[in-house]
Design a protein around this ligand. Sequence first.
Ligand code: ZN
Length: 114
Amino acid sequence: MTVQFSVLVGGLHVPLHECDWIRRAPCGCATAICSARIAGAVLATEDDAWHEFYEDAGTKRHREAAIRAAKKAGFTVEMNTVHNAVTALMTPCTHGKAAPAQPDPTDPFNEDQP
Ligand SMILES: [Zn+2]
């Protein structure tokens, strides 16, 4: 038996292997994408995606803090087709000061964060 996961995107069922997670800044622009399937694992939930995006944030405590900070700052994650995710990531942000400040406020090692 073969099990195939699909995702409802814009009313259409899209196979999971054709989907990516998108992390969006508070202005709505994409700041990162990751595959919904990595090394045989399925990133099926938003929580899975958050943890993948902040996998390199250090210890588990740092990672959880980075995720909380990102959510508090207004970052979001969503699943979409690979095509839409890549297109979103390649689209430059034109929101000026509404764009994420540099350095990244979600960086747990950034001592300037509130
Ligand atoms: Zn933007």
